[in-house]
Design a protein around this ligand. Structure first.
Ligand code: GDP
Ligand code: MG
Length: 171
């Protein structure tokens, strides 16, 4: 079976649920605690995807930023060598979608061939202010990315986000 090693970065504003999505994907758990760690955390998970009729084993090195998540504080070393990014916004905070363009631009400067997938997270939180799906669609189209409405809490579409990025990179 062809194998591929990829580096994936989580990008998005503070508290959109990046760490929670990674936790859900890796260990299938959700914690309400706000875990403010320091530095980067790197995890590994293998997914099997089908890319242009080939079955490919994709080993994902998943990088999650811990503390300072301001745009200008995202270090070059975090993005260096990354093949793609999961861009995360919060369904209940429309302004977090606007930031994704800047994160994507930053990633593309580090790697012009980087692929993206957009996760609009906290889709379980209803009712309240909601991000407009049309805007989500527009951004995804602009980045030639797929988007998913996710919930790290329920697990909805979390696996799909990571698998889709793996599939896109295996193609
Ligand atoms: P990060 O700063 O982007 O890594 O965000 P965290 O993963 O630390 O999550 C921030 C807060 O949002 C925490 O209190 C999480 O429990 C909560 N959270 C994350 N994802 C979800 C979700 O899908 N649904 C709900 N209801 N809360 C979430
Ligand atoms: Mg985090």
């Amino acid at each position: 079976m062809p194998a591929l090693n990829i580096k994936v970065c989580l990008l998005g504003d503070n508290a959109v649920g990046k760490t929670s999505l990674v936790r859900r994907f890796l260990d299938n758990v959700f914690e309400h605690r706000f875990a403010g760690a320091i530095g980067f955390r790197v995890n590994r998970k293998v997914v099997i995807v089908t890319a242009s009729s080939d079955v490919v084993e994709v080993a994902m090195m998943i990088w999650d930023l811990a503390a300072s998540e301001d745009l200008d504080q995202v270090c070059t070393s975090y993005l260096r060598g990354a093949d793609g990014a999961v861009l995360v916004c919060d369904m209940t905070r429309p302004e977090t979608l606007e930031s994704l363009r800047a994160y994507a631009a930053m990633m593309s400067r580090a790697n012009p061939h980087a692929r993206f997938v957009v996760a609009a997270n906290k889709d379980d939180l209803l009712p309240g202010p909601r991000l407009a799906e049309a805007q989500l669609q527009a951004l995804a189209a602009e980045l030639r990315a797929s988007y998913f409405l996710t919930s790290a809490k329920t697990g909805d579409a979390v696996e799909a986000v990571f698998r889709e990025l793996g599939r896109a990179l295996a193609n």
